[in-house]
Design a protein around this ligand. Structure first.
Ligand SMILES: [Zn+2]
Length: 124
């Protein structure tokens, strides 16, 4: 069993994909999971969003287990009212900077992967 604290993460899509604007997930290895998202392997929705050329920003990361993830999803945790970017608490740039500064993460090497996920859509 992994001893890493499980993290719940919220992905914000810079343009809506159909009715979807966010993806809420949890993982015990965030950089690994984001890399899988970038390759379209972790979720069908995110794979389509990437393929549609929509930039994705890691809007929020918090510690939490699957029970907490389920609780958040039941409360509409992937809805805009729970997203710090959609709520106007963070700009896109601030959200990216927060990830780069690693303020909400340990040393998992998340920042470069988050940058890559954002730039993927731009074809950079
Ligand atoms: Zn949002």
């Amino acid at each position: 069993m992994s001893t890493r604290p499980r993290k719940i993460y919220l992905l914000h899509f810079c343009r809506p994909f159909g009715h979807a604007e966010h993806y809420l997930g949890s993982t015990d290895h965030l950089s690994h999971r984001l890399r899988k998202h970038a390759r379209g392997e972790a979720s069908t929705l995110v794979r389509h969003v990437v393929a549609a050329g929509i930039p994705i920003v890691v809007a929020d990361v918090r510690e939490g287990d699957r029970t907490e993830e389920r609780r958040l999803k039941n409360r509409g945790g992937s809805k805009s009212r729970h997203c710090p970017i959609c709520r106007g608490e963070l700009t896109l740039e601030q959200a990216m900077r927060r990830i780069r500064a690693n303020r909400i993460l340990e040393s998992e090497g998340v920042a470069p992967v988050a940058d890559a996920l954002y730039q993927l859509a731009a074809g950079a």
